[in-house]
Design a binder for this molecule. Structure first.
Ligand code: UD1
Length: 372
């Protein structure tokens, strides 16, 4: 059987790397299983893409669709029109998509309409916030997927409540955490930036459009960060979406603005920090596994398990609340967390074993797609 695995944007790369590795480990036992790696090119800068491939031991993609940036419609449409010919040429039995970015839904939609089966890794996460582009991507991808690989029990419940058939849902754990396990020792040995000592600094990331795209949203958040920086230095690797929005906003000297970091040094930075302030999805999970307090500056999360049993606190975007919770952590009154079930470093192996166990089905969709 032939499989295409798709990655498009930064958070996808950590999720596909262990799947790629688990496939390679099973190749000799399954000589007929072929895996093709497609990069859509949604992220393309060295520090948003190439560095991650190198760090994670991924090979050059077999196919790069080079779609680049654009509006949601432009980017999604470009991925679709570039991915369809790749599917028609290679005729995979399965397309594997991960996460919730525009490339995820675009490739799932193309595959499904060609009659190719779709496997979604990280299915069932729900923020219930339809103003988030990712929530739309998650819902649409799940509804057209044939296999839904979930990271936690809540995601499985979400899918069941939406009427997804039980046999499609596979609770496998978290492939991003597989990567964390694989890379942690390397990360721990790297020196920290600016000569920081472990536990003596905080880490900040901000890139959600709702937080950074308008000064009315960004200014109050940065105001809270300035107050927190009076107590602890803050390292702020700035996402390209956010960098231009910082122009004209003065930040105090205790906030160390740096370029986006590659995976392994960033993991080392987070692992050595006193706390993380973020609006990222993945960091909520990584901090839970590392036992680092995380303050998530969003009104909701699609990863509630990190708040229920992990170290994550959803603080919203009210500056007073952000500062109050940061003081709580710095005073040593943070919550202790536990690690969610099956976040054990073996999720990708479960995924690949499930995929390899699927029986082939005849493909009917190709001709219809060409003539439509
Ligand atoms: C995308 C994902 C988001 C994910 C984030 C991680 C969607 C809808 N959003 O958001 O879920 O959390 O990636 O980073 O898919 N840019 C560069 N270099 C790059 C890529 C982007 O400079 O390699 C700049 C461009 O100016 C671009 C902007 O960053 O317009 C935003 O990139 P885009 O891919 O549109 O969205 P993200 O905010 O990165």
């Amino acid at each position: 059987m032939k499989y295409i695995i798709v990655a498009g944007a930064r958070p996808n790369f950590m999720k596909i790397a262990p799947i790629y590795r688990a496939f390679a480990a099973r190749r000799s036992a399954n000589p007929d299983a072929e895996l093709i790696l497609v990069h859509t090119g949604q992220h393309y800068s060295r520090n948003m893409s190439d560095d991650f491939f190198r760090d994670l031991g991924l090979p050059e993609p077999d196919i790069n669709l080079e779609v680049g940036s654009g509006s949601h419609a432009e980017q999604t449409a470009r991925v679709m029109t570039a991915f369809e010919p790749a599917c028609l040429e290679h005729r995979p039995d399965w397309v594997i998509v991960v996460g919730d970015v525009n490339s995820t839904i675009a490739c799932a939609l193309v595959a499904r309409k060609l009659g190719i089966r779709v496997a979604h890794v990280e299915a069932g996460l729900r923020s219930r916030d339809m103003s988030m582009p990712e929530e739309i991507n998650r819902l649409c991808t799940d509804v057209i997927s044939d296999l839904l690989f979930t990271t936690d029990v809540i995601a499985g419940e979400n899918l069941r409540n939406e009427g997804v058939a039980e046999e499609k849902i596979h609770f496998v754990g978290n492939t991003m955490i597989d990567t964390l396990h694989q890379q942690f020792e390397r990360a721990r040995r790297l020196p920290l930036p600016n000569g920081f000592a472990p536990g003596q600094y905080a880490v900040l990331t901000l890139h959600r459009p709702a937080n950074v795209d308008s000064p009315e949203s960004l200014r109050p958040i940065l105001g809270a960060i300035q107050t927190i920086a009076e107590r602890i230095p803050i390292v702020f690797p700035v996402h390209p979406r956010t960098i231009s929005r910082l122009n004209g906003m003065s930040l105090n000297d205790n906030i160390h603005v740096i370029e986006p970091m590659s995976y392994v040094p960033f993991l080392g930075l987070v692992a050595g920090s006193r706390m993380v302030l973020t609006d990222s999805g993945g960091l909520q999970e990584e901090t839970t596994v590392l036992g680092i307090p995380c303050l998530t500056m969003r009104p909701n999360t699609e990863r509630p398990i990190t708040c229920e049993i992990g170290t994550n606190v959803l603080v919203g975007t009210d500056p007073a609340r952000i500062v109050e919770e940061a003081h709580r952590v710095l005073d040593g009154r943070n919550r202790e967390g536990r690690i969610p079930e099956k976040w054990d470093g073996h999720a990708a192996e479960r995924i690949v074993d499930t995929l390899l166990a699927q029986t082939p089905v005849p493909q009917h969709g190709f001709a219809a797609a060409v003539t439509a």
